[in-house]
Structures are given as structure tokens and as C-alpha cells.
Design a protein around this ligand. Structure first.
Ligand code: AMP
Ligand code: GLY
Length: 420
């Protein structure tokens, strides 16, 4: 069986590790140096729809899996399916749940799914007028479209809000993605990531997790794609889980069905546990990164079995089982990330497979190979996963070993999962 995964980060490395097995031949486009130990990497860009379809057709791929936001929003699943390739992931009509915050906010309003109050704008004068009239800070300004996780500004006062509005609507920051904005109420409370498989009928969540988005310890510095994750999320109690399932998880897939946009794949619910209960901060139309590396490391059920059940719309017939205990990932990044950073630094402490035995697994986010050496090739470079009987144990297992691997100017957060 030939399986193709489209993407080239830690998330795709984790997906491929979970899909690996006897009789399964793995391909990844474009992949990276770590992934190359599990799959044949093919040099096709993630947003090259024609290139991917051509490769999948010529190679007679039996199953394709698309896990990055951009190709999903562009309609890569539709293109592959149209070419007769069995594909896992939402189609373009469903991926809009991440591709347009204006769409997802309207969806939640229409179907009474709990979320922050908001208004949408395309005109800066009207937006500025609205913020002035509200006169409540902080206030949250969001580019409606995809913006690599950087399109959210928490404005502390009127001047900051105005600047963000003008930059996006008039200044072309984020390009087309910022041509429409959402201004929303600032919520407080712990955040939870819930990655759930759905076939449009049934929702089967993976273990809950907690991302750490800020670059530095104590949640200081800029927002990043994610510096580390723990699972399970201690704030996602059974009680909260039950409320979220009934008021958010199920209503969202029903709402998408009612809109004629049935979602099949992994739906990522970014929740905030407010005093008034769980509310949606954002939806993503795919596995989170780095959440996937941790959640998949704790998944006991064969991922391929789940993927097939989703595609064939019989997810209700299977259960999604997790291991007991906890897991953590700490990301090692290039100095300067998430702003400018250098690439091409030699990584010390990895064996020829790009691993180090001290960890459950080392997932590669941004690496390349030159002269038999692993080099850094991105902002987020490596993710170290450790497991434990609880979070503290998992933390200990990762942090007592992480300095065995390093490269020039590498850095990581010391407080993933809380201070030790
Ligand atoms: P997003 O890219 O939508 O995940 O937003 C990035 C981060 O901004 C979230 O993880 C939250 O920490 C924060 N955020 C987004 N929306 C709100 C909100 N309405 N209230 C408070 N914080 C928010
Ligand atoms: N870690 C957040 C995301 O994947 O968007």
C-alpha cells in the first residue's frame, strides 16, 4: 500500500511515524531530513496542487493525507479526489472553517456555539469607530484569512487597536488574508487544544492538550507556531469535556452539515475555559503542530484504521484509544525565531537516523541533510517528545536530557507544562 503525506514539518513526521507499518510504503512531499528515515521524500511544494496530483497519479498512491492549512484551503483534497485518489482531509468547502475567521464566527453565531462576541469589517474607518464606541481593552483584532499564526493582535489600548486595523485593512499586512478583519471580545482563562477525528457524523477526540504559544519562558515574547505541548490538558476536566462535547464539538459538525459543508478529517477546536464555560477561540481544519506530535504519541489505535473509518464514514464503529499517562514535547528553535534567524547550523547529538535514545522520539520540524550531517533548516527545528506516568514525570524525562542535543544559537522554553 502506497501512502502519501503532504507537508514537511514535525506534524507530518509524527503522522508518518503513526502510519508506518508492514506492507505500507510511505512518501512525503516535500518532507525533511528526519522524515527521510521513514518515507521517500519528493521535492514538490505543499501548495503545488497540480504537482501533487501528478505525482500521486503516476506513483499510483493508494491513500493521500493532507495536513497543512494552505493546501487544504486551496482545495488539494478536492483535486486529489477528482483524480481518483483516496484522500484524507477536509475539502475546500469545509476547510473554510479555518481559512476564513469571518465565516467561522458567523457560523458560531448562527448555530449558537459559544465564542467571543465580535463584528467583521473591511473598512478601516468603520472598524476604528466601532473600537472607539466599545471602549473596552484589551480588544482582539484578527485577520480573517490564514496568516501563519501571526494574524491575531491583542490591543491594549485605542492606539494599538487603531494601528492594527490600519496595518491590516489599509497597509496590506497579511495581504488578502487581512482584507477583512474580525474584532472580538477579549476572553480570559486556560486554553485547551482538542484535535478530533470526524467523518461528518461522529466526533472522536484525541487526548486533550495544551500548547504554549509565546516564544519565551513565563509566556513572554511574541506568539509563535507553538513552543511546546503537554497532554492531557489538566484544565480539561471530565466536566468541561462533557460541556464542550455537547455545546461545541457536536454542534460544530452539525452546523457544517447544515451549511452543506460536511467536514471530514481532523478538526482542531481551540478552546478557552472561561468563567462562563468553554468557548471557541479558533478552529483549525487539521492536526495542530506541535499538538499532533504529542497526541499521536499517546494514540493506541492504529492511525490508518481511523483514517480509513473517517473516509468511509464509519467512525462510529471504532473507538479511539489512548495510552495511560502523559506526554510532552519541547521545541528546539533557531535563535531569533519567530522573527529572523539563521539556518544551516550543524545539529549535535543526533544519531544517523536523526534520533537520540534519551527521548521517546525526536520529531524534525525544520532540518536538512548535507554531507551526512543534520542541519537546522527553519525556525522550529526539532521537537523532543517524552512520556511519563504524569506531566511532572514527562517533564523530568525531557528536560533532564534535552541538552544532549543542540546547535549554534538554539533555544527552547524551560517551562513547558509549568514551572518544575
Ligand atoms: P489564534 O491564532 O486564533 O489561535 O490566536 C492566537 C492566540 O491569541 C490564542 O491562542 C489566544 O491565546 C489569543 N486569543 C485569540 N483570540 C482571543 C480572545 N478573543 N481573547 C483572548 N485571547 C485570544
Ligand atoms: N499549534 C497551533 C496550530 O497548529 O495552529
Amino acid at each position: 500500500m502506497k501512502i502519501l503525506v503532504v507537508g514537511g514539518g514535525g506534524r507530518e513526521h509524527a503522522i508518518l511515524k503513526s502510519l508506518a507499518g508492514e506492507g505500507r510504503q510511505l512518501f512525503c512531499a516535500p518532507g525533511n531530513a528526519g522524515i527521510a528515515n521513514l518515507a521517500t521524500c519528493v521535492d514538490i511544494k505543499i501548495n503545488d496542487l497540480d504537482g501533487i496530483v501528478k505525482f500521486a497519479t503516476e506513483e499510483k498512491i493508494d491513500l493521500a493525507l493532507v495536513s497543512q492549512d494552505e493546501p487544504l484551503v486551496l482545495g488539494m483534497v478536492d483535486a486529489l479526489q477528482a483524480a481518483g485518489i483516496r484522500t484524507f482531509g477536509p475539502n475546500k468547502a469545509a476547510a473554510i472553517i479555518e481559512g476564513s475567521k469571518a465565516f467561522s464566527k458567523d457560523l458560531m453565531k448562527k448555530y449558537n456555539i459559544p465564542t467571543a462576541a465580535y463584528e467583521k469589517f473591511t473598512d478601516s474607518a468603520a472598524a476604528i469607530e466601532y473600537v472607539k464606541a466599545q471602549d473596552t481593552y484589551p480588544t482582539v483584532i484578527k485577520a480573517s484569512g490564514l496568516a501563519l499564526g501571526k494574524g491575531v493582535i491583542i490591543a491594549q489600548d485605542f492606539e494599538e487597536a487603531k494601528e492594527a486595523i490600519v496595518e491590516m485593512l489599509d497597509g496590506g499586512k497579511f495581504g488578502e488574508s487581512g482584507k477583512e478583519i474580525v474584532i472580538e471580545e477579549f476572553l480570559t482563562g486556560p486554553e485547551v487544544s482538542v484535535l478530533a477525528f470526524t467523518d461528518g457524523h461522529c466526533v472522536r477526540p484525541m487526548i486533550s492538550s495544551k500548547d504554549h504559544k509565546r516564544a519565551f519562558d513565563n509566556d513572554e515574547g511574541l506568539n509563535t507556531g507553538g513552543m511546546g505541548v503537554i497532554a492531557p490538558n489538566p484544565f480539561y476536566t471530565e466536566e468541561v469535556e462533557k460541556i464542550a462535547y455537547e455545546t461545541i464539538l457536536i454542534p460544530t459538525i452539525e452546523a457544517m452539515n447544515a451549511e452543506g459543508r460536511t467536514f471530514k478529517g481532523v478538526l482542531y477546536y481551540g478552546l478557552m475555559i472561561t468563567e462562563k464555560g468553554p468557548k471557541v477561540i479558533e478552529y483549525n481544519c487539521r492536526f495542530g503542530d506541535p499538538e499532533a506530535q504529542v497526541c499521536l504519541s499517546l494514540l493506541k489505535t492504529d492511525l490508518l484504521e481511523i483514517v480509513n473509518a473517517v473516509i468511509d464514514e464509519r467512525l462510529s464503529e471504532i473507538s479511539v484509544e489512548n495510552e495511560d499517562g502523559a506526554a510532552i514535547i519541547v521545541m528546539m528553535c533557531s535563535g531569533g525565531y519567530p522573527e529572523s534567524y539563521e539556518k544551516g547550523k550543524e545539529i549535535m547529538g543526533l544519531d544517523e537516523k536523526g534520533q537520540n535514545d534519551a527521548f521517546y522520539y525526536v520529531f524534525h520540524s525544520g532540518t536538512k541533510m548535507a554531507d551526512g550531517k543534520y542541519l537546522s533548516n527553519g525556525g522550529r527545528v526539532l521537537g523532543f517528545v517524552a512520556k511519563g506516568k504524569d506531566i511532572a514525570d514527562a517533564q523530568n524525562n525531557v528536560y533532564s536530557n534535552i541538552d544532549k542535543v543542540s546547535f549554534e544559537k538554539s533555544f527552547y522554553r524551560h517551562d513547558i507544562g509549568g514551572k518544575r
